[in-house]
Design a protein. Sequence first.
Length: 115
Amino acid sequence: MRLIALLPFIFLAACGSTSTKAPPTPQAAHLLSTPKPEYPTTAMQGGQQGRVVVKAWLTPDGEVQRTAVDRSSGWPALDVAALEGVKDWKIRPARTADGKMVDTILLPVDFRLKD
């Protein structure tokens, strides 16, 4: 009779721990180096300012491989400067919960004139 009472414990030990591991969590991207893009002289002289949202494709080591304008500032000179500027940025790519690298990121780039 004692053997029957021990069977569930022996079964659980054979199957592994009864504790559950926490599922892996996703990791956010980290901006490691973000040199400020050059403000185009013609845009400064014309009083142009705004935000460009750049979509960037990353390599596994965090270099920006390719860029595209996701949302324009409305000023072509600022859009081009943002596209060129983020190519010098270094980013630790995000990872999904299962460890896969997320190879795209949206990067806001602001161009503001000082008063």
